[in-house]
Design a protein around this ligand. Structure first.
Ligand code: ARG
Length: 463
């Protein structure tokens, strides 16, 4: 006789139920309930296929499909009672189906296993996240393009080593992030295309002796094809790792931009004003407006990258095929996905609301001898000087301005000619920051005309 406390799904060879600690370490229902919709979609497709292939009767399949629909509505309405004793979402759903439709529920698991079931559910879940990430990235990119178009010709300092390097345009800086998020978007699409094969029907690990139609279930669930090897189908989680890796790179880009916003919104820079909607105050310092959203976005890359490392470690030594270790995949991916979506949405909101401080940007753009390279280029172009010599002469002029405590355009022609006799008044044309950026017309350069061209190109692509 089977002990009544043993598992109703697989209790046949068990005389006793699990220890409470065993139940606690074993159960995944606390988190995999998030895959309920995917689990039910997979089961509905499986039931339809079982009928189409004559493995179960049409009436049994219809009862299963209807019953599964009822289970889904109960879950969505928050009326479903999840049971830890039933371990996971797969067994919770099936047990409830049995309560609703009775005996036919027992035929649903024909020709499949929880191993292909969980692999299918999780792929569907990750695929939904990739689709959501695509939408969120597009929204963020549209917000950046709008900022770029508004400020295509506003000048600001461009930095290397966070030291003033050359003037650039606000629009150019915004479009740099559009390029980065554009590559994230293409990584999202690549990952989606690569993962879109269906594990369902791989069964426990070896396939099944039932005449199932894997093409049908794959098609029904929006996959491009069934996975071609049953061992691989149930036991790899590279699609989840790829999602985490794509998410990690995207979070890194978000973090760099967030860092710039933190710097730019400081009282020392005052390059941007962030909106109240994405800032907080201090409980003690009344003047404070803190860029908390940017700081939190900056931090998200830590946990997202951490999830990638954690899952990589879970997977690295596992022999084929399924091992329970793989149950540890979900929480990492859920947490990373939640935080990526939150970070993308918060960044989009901040970008939409932020106001570039045009006058401050312009004042900073001319400071720090930012047009020294333009001066050296002028010496090469107009006086036909070798660049190395021009670099040296410009260095001497910078030293002079520094000694006088002024900027390059403030040096008189006589002072310039004292350094090099052939310099004439036309040199002043290249010392202004607006002329400087306008001259950088090389493809991909910072000139407003280039920025407008790139912004228009992206606008068309983003729709
Ligand atoms: N909850 C399990 C998981 O997430 C489902 C698969 C269980 N398979 C098994 N053979 N015990 O991985």
């Amino acid at each position: 006789m089977t002990d009544t406390t043993s598992n109703q799904m697989w209790g046949g060879r068990f005389a006793a139920g699990p220890d409470a600690i065993m139940e606690a370490i074993n159960a995944s229902i606390g988190f995999d309930r998030r895959m309920a919709a995917q689990d039910i979609a997979g089961s509905r497709a499986h039931a339809a296929m079982l009928a189409a292939t004559g493995i179960v009767s049409d009436s049994d399949a219809e009862a299963m499909r209807e019953g599964l629909f009822t289970v889904l509505s109960e879950i969505e309405a928050g009326e479903f009672r999840f049971s830890t004793a039933l371990e996971d979402i797969h067994m919770n759903v099936e047990a409830r189906l049995k309560e609703i439709i009775g005996a036919p529920a027992g035929r649903l698991h024909t020709g499949r296993s929880r191993n292909d079931q969980v692999a299918t559910d999780f792929r569907l879940w990750v695929r939904d996240q990739l689709d959501a990430a695509e939408q969120a990235l597009r929204a963020l990119m549209r917000a950046l393009v709008a900022q770029a178009e508004a400020g295509a010709e506003w000048v600001m300092p461009g930095f290397t080593h966070l030291q003033t390097a050359q003037p650039v345009t606000w629009g150019h800086h915004m479009m740099a992030y559009v390029e980065m998020f554009g590559r994230d978007l293409s990584r999202v699409r690549d990952a989606r295309a690569r993962m879109n094969e269906c594990p369902l029907g791989a069964a426990a690990l070896a396939g099944t002796s039932f005449p199932i139609d894997r093409e049908m279930t794959a098609r029904e669930l929006g996959f491009d094809a069934p996975c071609a090897n049953s061992l691989d189908a149930v036991s790899d989680r590279d699609f989840a790792l790829e999602f985490l890796s794509v998410a990690g790179i995207c979070a890194m880009h978000l973090s760099r931009f967030a860092e710039e916003l933190v710097i730019w919104s400081s009282a020392q820079f005052r390059f941007v004003a962030l909106s109240d909607r994405f800032s907080t105050g201090s409980s003690i310092m009344p003047q404070k407006k803190n860029p908390d959203a940017a700081e939190l976005i900056r931090a998200k890359v830590g946990r997202i990258f951490g999830a990638n490392v954690a899952l990589m470690m879970v997977m690295k030594g596992l022999p084929l095929a399924y091992s329970k270790d793989m149950q540890e995949d979900k929480e990492q991916v859920f947490d990373a996905a939640d935080n990526l979506m939150l970070a993308l949405a918060a960044m989009e909101g901040m970008v939409r609301d932020m106001v570039a401080q045009k006058a401050n940007l312009e004042a900073a753009a001319g400071a720090g001898f930012s047009t020294a390279t333009d001066l050296a280029d002028w010496l090469v172009r107009v006086l036909d000087m070798p660049f190395r010599e021009a670099h040296h002469v410009t260095g001497a002029l910078v030293a002079r301005a520094e000694a006088r405590g002024c900027d390059l355009p403030d040096l008189s022609l006589a002072e310039m000619q004292a350094v090099h006799g052939e310099i004439d008044a036309s040199v002043y044309d290249v010392l202004g920051v607006h002329n400087s950026v306008a001259s950088r017309m090389s493809y991909g350069g910072t000139a407003p005309a280039q920025v407008r061209m790139q912004a228009a190109r992206w606008k068309e692509r983003l729709g």
